[in-house]
Design a protein around this ligand. Structure first.
Ligand code: PLP
Length: 407
């Protein structure tokens, strides 16, 4: 029995079935590589779903977290701490605005969105509006508030009805957005690129149009950058590439480099919409997670990782796009946040063949493979996957052909 088989059997006895049994048990990571319980190594092209921005066991994160946990790990928000202030100052300072901006810290992306939803409702109660316009196929989290705004009907509908007044519009269609936003709308919620839908960017100009529609109607623009922020696209915040400024911004994933931290940032009126007692979190802004986030920001800055992501991402995308195979329709995305677009609903098989070849990738949609590697990945490491891709696709093709012909 392999080490994996033994662990998988234990998993099936004790863990809830919501995830299904994961196909690999990981035990160690270094840089962009991870090792499984049976000693096989993989190039990690997913980074724990766009989280481990500096890769695994990065010395800056290890040092910061080790020092902090040995000094003071947790205070709750009954007491303030300077690293939390520094992180809030850094995050607001990275915005392209001199307007007032304020931060609420939490531990996950879902919680950042829950905070933002309450902020929107609080602001809405002062101006007599409640409705939120969100996008079809959008993803904002699994708790009931965030789920009510999630445009994936298959995961939203089993748990409704919800109390949120929400209208869904097709993502990327500025006319549909304009038609849906009116005097009842308090906020428009969008991802800068829809990550869980399959790394689907909007058409050029869509976010600018959304900003204009919000300005014309006195509506807040809330961008969910849980997956896209902190360097993933080669910008601190993905919206900076579009030249728009949101009124609210939610972050998590890559911010902590593997430690759990999320943030809801309000800009302008949204900065001060919460009153004392309106919201809270015991762990939010935990010192250990904050120290990791500061190390992530410092390292991105010191090592020029934004430029690196833009350059390596463009080379990676071009290399992947040059691979010719009937299963591969193309590549989409920006920076180190890419999707291989497949010609058929075969992503699960492609993911499996990639894993067998030593690459962790993600079947994010039936016809799309997501790549979101650590921001520190080298051009050489990207090349390894580009070189292996024809063999991975050929393996997947062969399995499909066999399945279709039958025994
Ligand atoms: N928002 C977006 C855009 C996401 O991609 C995700 C997770 O994939 C979430 C929210 C939820 O974040 P978390 O899983 O950290 O709660």
């Amino acid at each position: 029995m392999s080490a994996y088989d033994e662990l998988a059997a234990r998993w099936q006895r004790v863990m809830m079935p919501n995830y299904g049994t994961p196909p690999v048990a990981l035990v160690q990571g270094k840089g962009c590589r991870v090792w499984d319980a049976d000693g096989k190594d993989y190039l990690d092209l997913l980074a724990g779903i766009a989280v481990s921005s500096l890769g695994h066991a990065h010395p800056a994160v290890v040092d910061a977290v080790s020092h902090q946990v040995a000094t003071l790990a947790h205070t709750s928000n009954l007491y303030l701490h300077e690293p939390g202030l520094r992180l809030a100052e850094r995050l607001t300072g990275l915005l392209d605005t001199a307007a007032e901006a304020r931060v609420f810290f939490c531990s996950t992306g879902t919680e950042a969105n829950e905070a933002a939803l309450k902020l929107v409702l609080r602001h809405g109660s002062t101006i007599g509006r409640r409705r939120i316009v969100a996008a079809d196929h959008g993803f904002h989290g699994r708790t009931l508030g965030a789920l009510s705004l999630t445009g994936k009907a298959s995961i939203r509908e089993p748990f409704g009805p919800y109390g949120t007044d929400v209208v869904f519009v097709p993502y990327g269609d500025a006319q549909a957005l304009a038609a849906a936003v009116d005097e009842h709308t308090v906020a428009v919620l969008l991802e800068t690129t829809q990550g869980e839908a399959g790394v689907v960017p909007p058409p050029e100009g869509y976010l600018v149009a959304a900003r204009e529609i919000c300005d014309a109607t006195g509506t807040l623009l809330w961008l969910d950058e849980v997956q896209s922020a902190i360097g993933r696209t080669g910008y601190w915040y993905a919206h900076q590439a579009d030249g728009v400024l949101p009124d609210m911004l939610t972050l998590a994933k890559g911010l902590g480099g593997g430690l759990p931290i999320g943030a809801c940032i309000g800009i302008g009126p949204a900065a001060t919409a919460f009153q004392r007692g309106d919201h809270g979190s015991t762990f939010g802004g935990n010192l250990v997670s904050v120290s990791a986030a500061l190390a992530v920001l410092d390292t991105i800055e010191a090592d020029g990782l934004l430029d690196h992501v833009r350059e390596v991402g463009a080379t990676f995308a071009a290399g992947l796009a040059a691979v010719e195979h009937p299963l591969l329709a193309g590549v989409r995305g920006r920076g180190l946040w890419l999707a291989l677009v497949l010609t058929d609903d075969v992503s699960a098989v492609v993911e499996q063949y990639a894993r067998a070849a030593g690459f962790l990738v993600n079947a994010v949609a039936p016809d799309a493979i997501r790549l979101a590697p650590p921001l520190v990945i080298t051009a050489q490491e990207c090349r390894e996957f580009v070189d292996a891709l024809p063999g991975v696709l050929a393996g997947a093709q062969q399995q499909l052909d066999t399945a279709r012909v039958g025994p």
